[in-house]
Design a protein around this ligand. Structure first.
Ligand code: PLP
Length: 387
């Protein structure tokens, strides 16, 4: 018999610390391992399977497209790509979209947009991008440079030049950095996901938007993890009444297929011209058909249910034995546990619940449509695990 674990350990690059479970199939918010054990999926592939695993409507949309046209080069027009771009622009008020294949690529595109805009408008030396300490923006060399966590940087130097990291919440410091550097862009996550599920304060987000606007700096909101309904709005910036110039997203967008998008607003919509950027797979018809299905189903009713489930989780867990704090927004939730988080994770896993971590916290990113009774069952086990 083919031994998954030993072959993976021998032949797959050792970049992941995998749990000792072989997942073979899934349906909705339930997944099954090679022994037939059932688990409730509270991580949805790190916020990817927005409507759960093998959702019927999504499977139909993507498999129909798969059997019609699986790929075409960007030398030609294809319908799913055009449809998705139109849908995203209509739902956000942003004006144009560039499609790539991941969150890191969406952020790479955003950085190129900010730098080209500033270079043309203010001069070649306006290339600095300000991001936040404790942020996460990706694993490519440039998005690593953008990521404000030193432990990701070690041993990969030299990183891309021109990134500085501001302290989240410190408006005075941001003003100072803007005055003392030639800044092209400011990039941030409204809820720092990998950083420990930490929402920024509304005052700070609004102040950043004002500073960017006043100084004609490109404001980039990284919605790779917080986007596509995750926080209870289509994109998390919509909670704050701001109008970013650029919004990047990926994870939940394709419902489980690799796609990233860089959405550009009025100010920067024509910055990228022919030959300025590209991606062989970008706008892939199957991925776009999946994303059209996902985005068109994120309506007010779904978003209200995301907020209601969020409230349920906050109420059920806050103040419980062994739970020090609960943070987040919508269905991106961080739980600071008294016990070491690895212990909590293991109890959950043994008892049929798959969770994630973010720094020293337990992180929950369930499917947006997780059934209430399944959610309640998972939360009960998490409560037990924390005791
Ligand atoms: C996951 C993530 C990324 C990187 O996305 P990839 O698809 O892994 O390249 C970038 N930014 C944020 C906020 C993320 O959560």
């Amino acid at each position: 018999m083919f031994d998954i674990k030993s072959s993976d350990n021998e032949y797959v690059a050792g970049t992941y610390g995998r749990f000792p479970i072989e997942i073979v199939s899934g349906k909705g918010s339930l997944v099954y391992d090679a022994n037939g054990k059932e688990y409730i999926d509270m991580g949805s592939g790190i916020g990817v399977t927005a409507f759960g695993l093998c959702d019927d409507e999504w499977v139909k949309a993507t498999s129909q497209q798969l059997a019609t046209l699986q790929h075409m080069s960007n030398l030609y027009y294809t319908e799913p790509c055009a449809k998705l771009a139109k849908l995203l622009c209509e739902k956000t008020g942003l004006k144009k979209v560039f499609f790539g294949n991941s969150g890191a690529e969406a952020n790479e595109c955003a950085i190129k947009v900010a730098r080209k805009y500033a270079s043309e408008k203010k001069g070649d030396d306006y290339f600095t991008i300000i991001t936040l300490k404790n942020s996460f923006h990706g694993r490519t060399i440039t998005t690593l440079s953008a990521t404000g966590q030193d432990h990701f940087h070690k041993l990969f130097n030299p990183l891309t030049d021109g990134f500085i990291h501001a302290e989240a919440g410190n408006i005075a410091q941001l003003n100072e950095l803007v005055d003392n550097n030639k800044v092209a862009g400011i990039m941030l996550e409204c809820v720092q996901g990998e950083g420990g599920v930490i929402p920024l304060s509304a005052d700070y987000v609004k102040a950043v938007a004002e500073i960017a606007n006043k100084n004609d700096i490109v404001l980039i909101i990284d919605e790779v993890q917080t986007g596509n309904g995750r926080t209870g709005k289509l994109y998390s910036y919509m909670h704050f009444g701001i109008n970013p110039d650029v919004v990047t997203t990926a994870k939940g967008l394709g419902g489980g297929l690799p796609i990233g998008a860089c959405l550009m607003g009025e100010k920067v919509k024509d910055v990228l011209g022919k030959g300025d950027h590209g991606s062989t797979y970008g706008g892939n018809p199957v991925c776009c058909a999946g994303a059209v299905n996902i985005i068109s189903r994120i309506d007010d009713k779904l978003l209200q249910s995301v907020s209601a489930k969020s409230e349920y989780i906050f109420n059920a867990l806050s103040g419980q034995e062994g739970i020090e704090s609960v943070s987040g927004m919508g269905l991106i939730i961080g739980i600071k546990t008294a016990k070491p988080v690895a212990e909590v994770m293991k109890y959950c896993m043994d008892n049929g619940v798959l969770c994630l971590t973010a720094k020293d916290k337990l992180r929950l990113l369930p499917a947006l449509n997780i059934p209430q009774e399944v959610l309640e069952k998972a939360i009960e086990i998490i409560k037990q695990a924390c005791k």
